[in-house]
Write a protein that binds this ligand. Structure first.
Ligand code: SAH
Ligand code: SF4
Length: 394
């Protein structure tokens, strides 16, 4: 592997949970261990720390409380101590848009004035929240709007969990006083790390955030309801199974290296063969936990019957389902969506080979909330491909 390939992002390193200017620390996003350490440092007796973590987590993640004064099972002086040292702070919601199909898109502001988009997609049997892991993306997939935005920085674990909190606030999903924790239907029932950014280039923060999402005393979602999508950061794939344990989706999108090099340039660093090898040995793949292959349908680029057949050959032996994504256009996008008949023909070949091949219905297109359309409003001034190439060395 060439060591000088500058694909690996030069992301501004932030402390994992930075102090605010007033010296206080945000409790959202701290792992159990992290919270325990901070509570002890603030004067909590060591013997009580574990219990306090449980109590505080329940207030924050099950009841949605952000004021220490409301934590009625804690003594008043202890609440005051918490208030002196900590805050419970979500990203600030700047705008909320609701699509004709019910999809909701929130634009939120995070520290440093950066903006991130979050999308909530209600369906009959579930509600999926599409969460971002970075502001922008260092990768430059040629069909992706986010890829035209220069990476500004990684999100902290608190900012990732905070996105879930913001959606739950808006959907009024918190357990109310007197209610059991399962009294309300889970409106955010699934999480997909498919918003802005490459989650495996922000591994630790994504891992900590998803641990909180999966913890029974945290947001309490099953690991089967969380899907991380990666463009193919091969060295981090096995770690995803070991350290997070959620479901995996791969942005595959092409069946030859020649085409994939153009669509998903990280392919120049780890090509199709290397990616598939990592998936063949993926510890968690099984028939009940298949790997999702995402495949964007681009007219006359990757959508032929021959591509479909090649795809089947490539993934042979990997427990997989294939998610076909009709291309979502964005201003200035260089591709067109494949015709519907083409998509169906492609899907049919895959289906006949024994794979589930759902076609992802575009949601929220009228509010630019569909896959690959996200981009902060402040960053809309597009960079040219040449500029990006110069910056990333691709
Ligand atoms: N960076 C990660 C996750 C974010 S993208 C990744 O690339 O996997 C989530 C999915 O949307 C990816 O499969 C991505 O390839 C796809 N996507 C990006 N732009 C798109 C567009 N314009 N139309 C349809 N799908 C798109
Ligand atoms: Fe980044 Fe994913 Fe978009 Fe590629 S598809 S530019 S990896 S967000």
């Amino acid at each position: 592997m060439p060591t000088d390939t500058p694909i690996n992002p030069d992301v501004t390193a932030l402390p994992r949970q930075p102090r605010r200017e007033d010296g206080k620390i945000n409790l959202i996003g701290l792992t159990r261990e992290g919270l325990r350490d901070h509570l002890i440092a603030a004067g909590t007796p060591e013997k009580q720390a574990r219990m306090r973590v449980n109590q505080i987590w329940q207030w924050i993640y099950q009841k949605g409380i952000s004021d220490f004064g409301e934590m009625t099972n804690l003594a008043k002086p202890y609440r005051a101590l918490l208030d002196e040292n900590f805050v419970i702070e979500r990203p600030e919601v700047i705008t909320k848009q609701v699509s004709a199909d019910g999809t909701r898109k929130y634009l939120v502001r995070i520290a440093g004035g950066h903006e991130v988009e979050i999308v909530y997609i209600p369906e009959t049997d579930r509600g999926t929240l599409c969460v971002s892991s970075q502001v922008g993306c260092t990768l430059t997939c040629s069909f992706c709007h986010t890829g035209t935005q220069k990476l500004v920085r990684n999100l902290t674990a608190g900012e990732i969990v905070g996105q879930i909190m913001v959606a739950r606030d808006d959907l009024d999903e918190w357990t109310q006083p007197g209610e059991g924790s399962d009294a309300r239907p889970r409106l955010v029932s699934n999480i997909v790390l498919m918003g802005m950014g490459e989650p495996l280039y922000n591994f630790e923060n994504v891992r900590d955030a998803m641990k909180i999402a999966m913890d029974p005393e945290g947001i309490s979602l099953s690991r089967r309801r969380i899907t991380l999508s990666t463009s193919g950061v091969v060295p981090e794939i096995a770690r995803t199974a070991d350290e997070i344990g959620c479901q995996l989706a791969i942005s595959f999108h092409a069946t030859t290296d020649e085409v994939r090099d153009k669509l998903v340039p990280i392919n120049k660093r780890w090509n199709i063969a290397e990616l598939l090898e990592a998936l063949r040995t993926y510890p968690k793949a099984s028939n009940s936990e298949r790997i999702t292959f995402e495949y964007v349908m681009l007219k006359d680029v990757n959508d032929s019957d021959e591509d479909a057949r090649r795809l089947i050959k490539l993934i042979k032996g990997i427990p997989a389902k294939i998610n076909l994504i009709p291309f979502n256009e964005w201003p200035g996008s260089p591709y067109e969506r494949s015709d519907w008949e083409r998509i169906e023909s492609f899907a049919n070949i895959i289906y006949k080979a024994g794979y589930a091949s759902p076609i992802r219905t575009p949601r929220g297109e009228d509010i630019m909330a569909a896959c690959g359309q996200l981009k902060s409003a402040t960053e809309r001034a597009r960079k040219s491909r040449a500029q990006i190439a110069a910056e990333t060395g691709l």
